[in-house]
Ligand binder design. Structure first.
Ligand SMILES: Nc1ncnc2c1ncn2[C@@H]1O[C@H](COP(=O)(O)OP(=O)(O)OP(=O)(O)O)[C@@H](O)[C@H]1O
Length: 246
């Protein structure tokens, strides 16, 4: 179980302090598919980075199964089973896609095994397996390779930050199937930041972050209607304005 207790994140901006997250508290049970959504700039990516250990909260604590992991960095958290898929994946010169998947899985998996992960993210494995992970790969290709490596890691909590970003519509359809499969064969928790209704639809639970706060939380039946109603609202989203559904 992951618990965030009164997590805040503030940055210094010129002369004043800017609050990006304010006293966010929640617990996430194991083996659940959780979606985090909310308007642009609300603080979702920051929250994901705080969970993965890329950013440290300025206040508050994070516990994994009761153990305080607030001070652990991304590598230490990865060892505890929290893995993170970057919104803008990193490219490595001289490293092939196969190397990357093998590194992620932590074992010398066969080429066929690695190809399976690529197929699952909609890439024709034979075209990619020996390619170098460099600037010749498109953003969408990189994104899918990144998702394949997170799947290969198979950890207890996988954090995906807007996996749909930069992916064309056709590939997005495949990606939805990837996440549907992950949900069906769940072997750990999935925490996914998304604006896509189809992703929110397959989540066990949706958390809405707006203006640095957790404004709503519940099943899709509880959260989605208010969210969708809010989208039509002229001034943005009612749900954020009203402080969320209770
Ligand atoms: N290190 C930082 N310094 C200054 N401002 C920051 C920093 N990190 C994030 N922000 C700001 O905090 C706000 C929240 O950013 P964040 O990326 O977490 O939002 P988001 O909900 O993920 O947005 P989006 O849906 O657009 O990806 C934004 O206004 C962003 O510009």
């Amino acid at each position: 179980m992951l618990e965030l207790r009164d997590v805040s994140f503030k940055v210094e901006e010129e002369t004043k302090e800017k609050g990006i997250l304010e006293r966010v508290s929640f617990t996430l049970e194991d083996n659940k598919f959780i979606a985090i959504t909310g308007p642009n700039g609300g603080g979702k990516s920051t929250l994901a980075k705080i969970i993965a250990g890329i950013e440290k909260p300025t206040e508050g604590r994070i516990y994994l199964d009761g153990e305080d992991i607030t001070e652990l960095n991304i590598t230490e958290r990865a060892k505890k089973g929290i893995s993170y898929a970057f919104q803008q994946p990193v490219r490595f010169k001289g490293v092939t896609v196969l190397d990357l998947i093998r590194l992620a899985s932590g074992e010398n998996i066969t080429v066929a095994g690695a190809c399976q992960y690529l197929s699952e993210v909609g890439l024709c494995a034979k075209d990619y397996i020996n390619r170098e992970v460099n600037a010749s790969l498109s953003g969408g290709e990189m994104k899918r390779i990144e998702i394949a490596t997170v799947m290969a890691r198979g950890t207890r909590m996988s954090v995906f930050d807007e996996p749909e970003a930069g992916i064309d519509l056709w590939s997005f359809q495949n990606l939805i199937h990837v996440f549907e499969n992950m949900h069906r064969e769940i072997h750990g928790s999935i925490l996914i930041i998304s604006h896509q209704e189809r992703i929110l639809n397959i989540a066990d639970e949706i958390l809405v972050i707006a203006d640095g706060k957790l404004v709503s939380r519940g099943s899709k039946e509880e959260v989605l209607p208010a969210l969708l109603e809010g989208v039509d609202d002229y001034s943005g989203c009612k749900i954020w304005k009203d402080g969320g559904v209770k």
